[in-house]
Every structure is written in structure tokens, then in C-alpha cells.
Design a protein around this ligand. Structure first.
Ligand SMILES: [Zn+2]
Length: 344
């Protein structure tokens, strides 16, 4: 019986060594250690042995069973390790592969231009103000020296919601509202960027909705030379230190005197070319000294306070700065156009 057990042990160990898969190993376990296995068989036959032999064989049988079991366990963990290693090899990630490109968006060119202009004026001490796009007739026209029936209202024909409510035609009502809040006592130094609406037919230079930035400074002893200084600083920072500015007389109902500001043409340096239509100058914005009526209507004593105002179109600034030929590019949202200016 002792020989039989030793034989079984060698046989089993050999099979364990030969097993190449976990399944094969499982079979060996069932074959030798199962209830119907040869070792159980040996133990069953122990009844025929003498009292002296019984514990010896019993112990040996247990030892053999233990050795086979340990060998199977060891082999099993070895096979499992190998399988894991194989799996890791299959699933490994090649970190040297280039990644898939992700489309990164950026601010719209108009947003960038408006933010650039805002930064510039914040640097000169101006506040940023906003107001409603649906405005009252009073703030959009009357408070700005444009009473009902004034011919200049025709230039700004717009979308009316009721007789007294309309889509604002300019951002000037924000100025009137801000002055009103100050109760005619405190100085005002602000710019107001925002969307405005006019009943225009869309073409390369017109749109029924566009953006505007207006500025207003009201204080004691504000002079025309202060306006010129601020506009010159703006032109230099926005378009380059070499650009010259020129103020031409103009008319706006809410300023007196009123001016148009031109900057010298970058293309020809002032000699005259197709971009500046031969004049050497390019129109940038309108400005002027705040009309005394506008100051009085907002509660300021026009004998004590004076001020200047200006207004510009960010679309026009962007078009001049980047050589864009059609205002509609800003609104059609063609990514091929917009993505060119993500770092502008
Ligand atoms: Zn030119």
C-alpha cells in the first residue's frame, strides 16, 4: 500500500508539471483528490490493515494528498500569473501614438474685439455698463434730444414693439439711464457695448442687427481736447502708434459740436489708395461734446457740467483691423471664417 501511494504521488506530480492550462490542472485535481480518486480508494481499503499499520498508512496518505494539493496550488498560481501577463501584453496602450485631435473653440471675433476695446477703456478709468435691448421711446430718442417728429429719427428706423417700446437703435440709452441714476451730481465715465437694431436691408456693409460701443464722460471742465486725447489713445492702441487721427465736423442730435474721426490709411500711409478711396483717411467713429439739452434732461446743470460722447461699431473696427470685406461673415457662423481669428 505504501508503494501504491508513492507511485500515485509521483504520477500526480508529473501530471501537474505537464498541465499547461488551468482547465487541465483542474482535471488533475479531480482525478487524484476527488471522492472517486485513487487515494480515497486506498483509504477505503485500510480496514484490511493491521492496527499497527493503519495510522502509518493513514498519515502517509494524508501527506501524499497534501503534497499533490500544494503542487496543484503552486502550478495554478503560476498559470494565473502567466495568463495575466499575457492579457496585460495584449491590452497595453501605446503611449507614443499621437492623440485624436479635439476641436477647440474660441471666442467669436466680435467678442474678442469688444473685449479688447473694453480692456483699453478700463485702462483709462472707464466703467462698463449694459442696458436693455428692448428700450422705451423716451430713453432711445427723447432723452437724447430726438423728440417725436425729429427728422434724424428717420436715419434710425427700427423695429417697434408698441408705440412706446422698440428695439434700441443705438447703445446711447444706456448713457441716458446711467446719467439719470447719478441724479445730476456725480461724474460719469463709462462705455456701453451691446447689440442694436435697425430696419436696414442686409448687404456687405449693413445688417439689421449689429454691435455698438458708445462712451460717455461727464464731469466739470471737460473739454474737446480731452475727447481728442482719449480718441487718439484709442486709435494708437487699437491700430498702431504710427496712425494719425483727424476730426471732421459732423452732425449728431445729442452732441454739439459733433465730429467724425478718421485714421490715416495703413495701406498707403495717407497717400491715397483703393482702400481709403483715394483720400488717405478711413472713417472710424462719431463723437462730440454732449449737447446741453441732453445734460439738462438727465438732471445735470449744463453750466457746471460738460462732457463728451463717442460711438463706434466693433464690426467696422474688426473689418478694418483684419481686412474683412463683408459684415455678414460675422453672423453666418461659418467655422472656416471664425476659426481664423481664435487667437486674434
Ligand atoms: Zn489708402
Amino acid at each position: 500500500m505504501k508503494e501504491r501511494l508513492e507511485e500515485l504521488e509521483q504520477e500526480a506530480i508529473l501530471k501537474v508539471e505537464k498541465a499547461e492550462t488551468i482547465d487541465a490542472l483542474k482535471n488533475v485535481r479531480v482525478e487524484y483528490l476527488g471522492k472517486k480518486g485513487p487515494i480515497t480508494e486506498v483509504l477505503r481499503g485500510m480496514g484490511k490493515l493491521s492496527k499497527e499499520e493503519r495510522p502509518v498508512i493513514g498519515q502517509l496518505a494524508n501527506e501524499v494528498r497534501e503534497k499533490i494539493s500544494v503542487a496543484i496550488d503552486e502550478k495554478q498560481s503560476k498559470l494565473e500569473d502567466e495568463a495575466l501577463e499575457e492579457q496585460l501584453k495584449d491590452e497595453s496602450i501605446d503611449v507614443t501614438l499621437p492623440g485624436r485631435p479635439v476641436q477647440v473653440g474660441g471666442p467669436h471675433l466680435l467678442t474678442s474685439i469688444i473685449e479688447e476695446i473694453e480692456d483699453l477703456f478700463i485702462g483709462m478709468g472707464f466703467d462698463i455698463r449694459e442696458g436693455p435691448e428692448v428700450e422705451t421711446d423716451y430713453y432711445n430718442f427723447e432723452a437724447l434730444n430726438l423728440p417725436k417728429g425729429h427728422p434724424a429719427r428717420d436715419m434710425q428706423d427700427t423695429f417697434y414693439i408698441t408705440e412706446e417700446l422698440l428695439m434700441r437703435t443705438h447703445t446711447s440709452p444706456v448713457q441716458a439711464r446711467t446719467m439719470g441714476q447719478k441724479d445730476g451730481k456725480e461724474p460719469v465715465k463709462m462705455i456701453c457695448p451691446g447689440k442694436v437694431y435697425r430696419r436696414d436691408t442686409d448687404d456687405a456693409t449693413h445688417s439689421h442687427q449689429f454691435t455698438q460701443i458708445e462712451g460717455l464722460l461727464v464731469d466739470e471742465n471737460v473739454r474737446m481736447s480731452d475727447l481728442k486725447g482719449v480718441l487718439q489713445t484709442f486709435a494708437h492702441k487699437m491700430f498702431g502708434e504710427e496712425r494719425e487721427i483727424r476730426l471732421r465736423p459732423s452732425f449728431f442730435p445729442f452732441t454739439e459740436p459733433s465730429v467724425e474721426m478718421d485714421i490715416s490709411c495703413k495701406m498707403c500711409g495717407g497717400k491715397g489708395c483703393s482702400v481709403c478711396k483715394g483720400s488717405g483717411w478711413i472713417e472710424i467713429l462719431g463723437a462730440g461734446m454732449v449737447h446741453p439739452n441732453v445734460l439738462e434732461m438727465s438732471g445735470y446743470d449744463s453750466k457746471k457740467y460738460s462732457g463728451f460722447a463717442f460711438g463706434m461699431g466693433p464690426e467696422r473696427i474688426a473689418m478694418l483691423k483684419h481686412g474683412i470685406d463683408d459684415i455678414r461673415h460675422f453672423y453666418t457662423n461659418d467655422v472656416r471664417f471664425l476659426s481664423q481669428y481664435h487667437n486674434a
